[in-house]
Design a protein around this ligand. Structure first.
Ligand code: ADP
Ligand code: MG
Length: 690
């Protein structure tokens, strides 16, 4: 009798209670679980390495002939078994620490053998201890390589070998199982995808490269397709959700427009138009605003907020940190000087005046409230929240975003991404939102000369900095740590500050800034720097999200090899904001890893935030880049949105076509989709919102 997908794994031949427990650690308890536990890699059995090419600790398969074999007997020790094999390029010793009559019987001089194992250097020769082996042409036997040309390698846990895992899989295949298709025929056909049965067979028991790639493609497609199906439904749902209808009253918005010290770039005008149209429409806005550092997102968000306010609503901005919230408050207050709009900062914790402030928010006396997740606390209530702005540095989870928007009656929602998001992430994590992109920097921006150097060039850099200061420019020096912690030889901010003050910059005015100072101290120093009372600001990364100082022209980063790409890019964005040519000097120290080198060179080669974030995503992988756990996106089994970009685009296109054609998935041709969707995605859909 064949297996059913829900059957317990324990009853597969070769499993039993002990192995069932080990499998459970991998999340495998049923036939379905193990069938969808995919190999992470394959070993090509036929064309793998020659003995002479092997490296120590390498896992390889070798095809060779038996040269000699025999028992090794030593006093007080168990008998061992040894076989020497050769493929003509060298000799290899295979060792078994406890021999059995069965084992000894297998060997014959001259017999062709295939060995799988890890190469070690033992007893002064190349060895493989306890290799998996089989004799060539032994296809009848149940064997470690499953009779296929490629051996799957599974990501396993201790106590569970691939040999055993493969056997379990083979036993399941030998007995057979009942599985139904999960993609409709019309999609399989139009995309040239394998059926689920074909794909499962080929992914676990491939015979050719094509078996591997086509079976993987089927499952990657499926995984991304269902996700995109959910995003498509969500997006259509947003487009149908009724919201507030705002009218361009041209009071506050026009006041701001007339006061603006600069002209909006055409990219800014374009996105503002998109936002205003959303807000005027009878539907709720759910929009992502993307743009590089310094592209001018803040002013756009202010226009949107003023539009809500001139329609009698309040606005809220949620920022990921207090520094950023404070910074927003500061910047917005600058812009609205002379306009009758009340902006207040709502910070975390308890402080004098907070209770009053909350009452004023409830009474609708405050027009714009800026805060961190302090905003989503239960006791914060708005009179009529009309727009929610989320300044997201990849930090908010969906739940937090959701709770802020619940403080209003279907308020319009605008997410601003502090750094550009690579397209593949935008299509998944933000795949349900409309997207506006500011793809142009304000005209006064100049290319920032960027280079990375190692320690011995430092004197030249300091010479150059001195010259800049004497021309009246200002300098940032950023260090990775505040204070030296024990053994670490990182150049910490405090030490660097003392060193520079007593050394090369003794003639200039220096200040130290770090996150352990009180907000008041920090503000004061920032303000002094802005007012030109400080020449060199030595700091930790707190300036990353800090202040706008057009006269600062040099950003020098100590231990740049330690910083992530997006952080380096953010830091660089602190200069090049004025009329003078600006420079970014990345000081790197050995050892510089390959990845660090890639980061440094990327910084040198491009200033395009979108390109930089692509590289960043490639280096770090989607999980780390975004904390996808928090984002509401399910963990991928097999897909990798960086590697599988093309399949992603494809899956998204089809998913949106399907949903626009049949939102409820209730057409006959979509019945398979409906079934699986209801089972696995429907619940998640509720969670995935903001
Ligand atoms: P972002 O938030 O996108 O990083 P900001 O909104 O902080 O960028 O804008 C960076 C700086 O550019 C601010 O000083 C802002 O006042 C200024 N700015 C914004 N738009 C323009 C523009 N169209 N022309 C000139 N300067 C601008
Ligand atoms: Mg900003």
């Amino acid at each position: 009798m064949v297996f059913y997908l829900n059957d317990n794994i324990q009853y597969v031949q070769g499993v039993g209670p002990k192995r069932a427990k080990l499998l459970q650690r991998l999340g495998i308890s049923t036939i379905q679980d193990i069938l969808f536990y995919f190999p992470r890699d394959y070993i090509n059995k036929i064309t793998d390495k020659k003995i002479s090419e092997l490296k120590i600790n390498e896992i390889a398969t070798i095809r060779a002939k038996v040269i000699s074999f025999g028992k090794i007997r030593k006093k007080f020790q168990k008998d061992k078994f040894r076989a020497v094999i050769s493929d003509g390029t060298g000799y290899l010793t295979c060792i078994w620490f406890n021999t059995t009559p069965w084992l000894e019987k297998q060997f014959e001089i001259g017999k062709e053998i295939i060995i799988l194992g890890k190469l070690k250097y033992y007893y002064s020769r190349l060895c493989i201890i306890h290799p998996d082996f089989e004799f060539f042409g032994d296809k009848e036997k149940e064997s470690f390589w499953t009779g296929q040309n490629y051996l799957p390698v599974y990501p396993l846990t201790e106590g569970l070998s691939n040999k055993i895992f493969r056997k379990v899989i083979i036993n399941i295949f030998n007995r057979g199982f009942k599985i139904s298709e999960t993609l409709p025929q019309y999609i399989l056909n139009s995309h040239n995808l394998l059926t689920i049965n074909q794909a499962l067979t080929k992914i676990h028991k491939p015979n050719t490269e094509d078996d591997i790639s086509s079976s993987r493609r089927r499952f990657i497609f499926e995984e991304l397709f269902y996700l995109e199906l959910m995003l498509a439904r969500k997006k259509v749902h947003w487009h149908r959700t009724t919201g507030n209808v705002m009218q361009l009253k041209k009071t506050l918005t026009t006041e701001l427009k007339n006061k603006l010290p600069f002209k909006l770039t055409s990219a800014q005008k374009k996105v503002l138009n998109e936002i205003v149209n959303d807000m005027k429409s009878p539907f709720q806005m759910n929009r992502l605003l993307q743009g590089d550092v310094g592209s001018g997102k803040t002013i756009i968000s202010l226009f949107a907020m003023l539009l809500a306010i001139e329609n009698g609503f309040q606005a809220a901005i949620m920022a990921p940190t207090e520094i950023l919230a404070t910074q927003h408050c500061f910047a917005l207050k600058e812009f609205i000087k002379g306009i009758n709009v009340r902006i207040e900062l709502l910070l975390g914790g308890n402080y004098a005046g907070k209770k009053k402030l909350k009452q004023a928010i409830l009474d609708g006396e405050i027009d714009i409230v800026i805060g961190t997740h302090s905003l989503i606390q239960k006791d914060v209530t708005f009179k009529s929240l009309g727009i929610v702005i989320i300044d997201e540095q990849h930090r908010f989870g969906v739940i937090q975003r959701l709770s802020l928007s619940q403080k209003g009656q279907t308020p319009d929602k605008l997410i601003m991404s502090a750094t550009p998001i690579p397209r593949s992430l935008a299509l998944t994590v933000y795949g349900d939102l409309d997207v506006s992109i500011i793809d142009e920097l304000p005209p006064n921006r100049k290319e920032i000369y960027t280079n990375w150097i190692t320690g011995h060039k430092k004197p030249e850099v300091f010479d150059f900095i001195n010259k800049q200061i004497s021309k009246g420019r200002q300098v940032y020096v950023v260090c990775p740590l505040v204070e030296e912690t024990g053994k670490s030889d990182l150049r910490d901010a405090t030490n660097t500050y003392v060193e520079l003050k007593n050394g090369v910059f003794s003639k200039h005015r220096l200040a130290l800034l770090h996150g352990r100072m009180s907000n008041q101290e920090k503000d004061e120093i920032m303000q002094n720097f802005k007012d030109g009372k400080i020449d060199v600001l030595v700091s930790t990364t707190v300036v990353e999200v800090g202040i706008d100082v057009p006269n600062a022209t040099i950003m020098m980063i100590e231990h740049a090899e330690r910083f992530g790409l997006s952080q380096l890019h953010q830091l660089r964005g602190r200069v090049g904001r004025g009329m003078h040519k600006s420079y970014c000097v990345l000081m790197a120290y050995e050892p510089i890893s390959e990845e660090a080198l890639l980061r440094l060179n990327t910084m040198k080669e491009t200033s395009d935030g979108f390109k930089i974030s692509e590289v960043d995503l490639e280096i770090r992988g989607p999980g780390e880049f975004f904390g996808t756990e928090q984002s509401g996106i399910p963990k991928f089994r097999i897909a990798n949105i960086v590697r599988d970009k093309i399949i992603l685009e494809d899956a998204r296109k089809i998913a949106f076509e399907v949903i626009s054609d049949n939102f409820d998935l209730n057409l006959e041709k979509n019945s398979l989709l409906n079934e699986k969707y209801k089972e696995e995605y429907f619940k998640r859909e509720k969670l995935f919102s903001f």
